[in-house]
Ligand binder design. Sequence first.
Ligand code: GLA
Length: 671
Amino acid sequence: MGGMWTEGPLCYGGDYNPEQWPARVWAEDVALMRRARVNLVTVGVFAWSRLEPQPGRYHFDWLDQVLDLLHDGGIRVALATPTASPPPWFTLAHPEALPVTADGVRLHHGSRDTYCAVAPAYRQAARRIAGALADRYAHHPALAGWHVHNEYGTSCHCEHTASAFRRWLADRHGDLATLNDAWVTSFWSQHYTDWAQLSTPRATQYLANPGQLLDFRRFWSDTLLGAYAEQRDLLRAANPRLPVTTNYVLGDWVPVDHARWAAEVDLVAVDHYPSAVDIGAEEQTALVGDLARGWARHARPSPAADGTPAWLLMESAPNQIHTAGRMHTKEPGRMLRHSLAHVARGSHGAMFFQWRAPAGGAERFHSALVTHAGPDSRVFREAVELGTALQRLAEVRGPVEASVALVVDAASGWALRHPGLPSELLDHHGEAAAAHRGLWHAGYGCDVVVPGDPLPGYRLLVLPALYLIDDATAEWVREHVHGGGHLLATYLSGVADEHARVRLGGYPGALRDVLGVWAEEFHPLADGEQVTLSDGGTGRIWAETLRPAGAEVFTAYADGVLDGRPAVTRHRYGAGLAWYLSTRPDDDTYRRLLARAARAAGVRPVCPQAPDGVEAVRRRAGRHSWLFLFNHTDRQHRIAAQGVELLTDTTVEEAVTLPAGGVAVLREHPR
Ligand code: GLA
């Protein structure tokens, strides 16, 4: 499945909201889409009040016309179910379906995403509109697939939710004794003797129970997944040939375990809006592409002959990037670079939010392919160039070259957000990003995996503050290293079990034997505080009193209370080698360290001749390979390479010249 989106040409287009415009604009839209070579648009994401202006009374005429127009123009449609934004009549009729915050405040109508995903009235109304769309359009020739909802991520603490949470807990733990044990309710007199005593983690006087917080996140991820699956099943039943998906929203606030969800979607689709405006935007783009590809490995098998996990960049910004207090205008060429960086990492195209900038509404100044100025604009000209570029890359396929596996785990991310931890600076995703950044700058290809994934061909496994490690995961790590794989684990990895209970006997309880070292005490650092390391680098966020138990000291602390004590260690375990970082090195030191660990593991950079700032990604399919080169620096670089450059259709004999901000995609000589 996913095939109808991922087998043809690379997808190009975005969210299209014809309901915001009079019908006369629609024909111009289709003409402009054709000029830009747009071939896929998502229609109807927020159109519920236009489709069902009164309960059970539908207005489909306008959508009929739009779908026919798009079909006549050769543009395929990802038809959305509009359930992320219930209409005003719904909330008026069902105030009990409005969400409640942890503080007990019931939210009001007036934005979007204002519903409780458990409330029976909401679920029923969502099924009804999705069913009506399925009945009418499941066999419309314009349809490439279904786009369910938008960015599942809302939360709620109402009574409907509390009852559903109790049922979920009973299912997970079986009996109260097991739950009490998992949550360590002997602490602060929290022992439960009846399921009715349990509630969602509402606002409390002081710190909440970590087991309860963690289970609530897991429950909510499952709950939203249930809401998605209900619509998916109904759409699938109407036409089993059409793939169904939903667009993932990213961020550590999102109560969704995207890897787990991947098994339930026909295509992993992600929205990506970098939060940085400098090189950080490119670093984030690379990480998100690798994350999405990693999740896609859990999706239902793609029919793509080469077995490449199918995923799609479903939304991105054509122009402005949001940053603190203002929007940053993307520099010329940057939209192309960001889009192709995702394609390099396996996205089957580049999609945007949105096609045409709206004249009003909350997101009136969000960037669009057709700007407020109209098509006579730099952005639209670049959109046309991107359409051409994507067509020229149609032949690129195959897995991305990577020998390093980076573990990212939703539950560890949630657990390191809990109150009562030794430092507020702890952040699993931040640690994953730091490790990924180091690998990216050093030029190493990296796949993202979740605990328990098969690790064939990965020479180096990186655990970035993988706080929660259950026994099976500890065994998985052990087997990898024992069998000859290398490991780099950072502080706090394996400190707690799957219920967020601390593993006793010295940190990190789950990995002491593999790492050959243990920590007796933590020394959390203040925000901005640094410790000096013996290799001249610095450490931030964290430090520990380490006690080697077989490991050798690679770097020591060189000042402060830990002066002279181990900071970074390495340990032979079975046929492998395990590195441990008890602090977060500064970026340069971290990059050098990762390069050292990668070299020791026998990993080579993707393109050793590319300097820092020039990103290289290689896709391979059998004897064929394609090398993507991105010059993120402000000066020209000449990189030794041979093949045919696809964007310009020129033969490269010895080296490719990349101007500042330039991109090249080489079809390399077959092996
Ligand atoms: C998300 C949403 C869109 C829009 C954009 C703005 O991706 O799906 O509806 O709000 O963010 O960045």
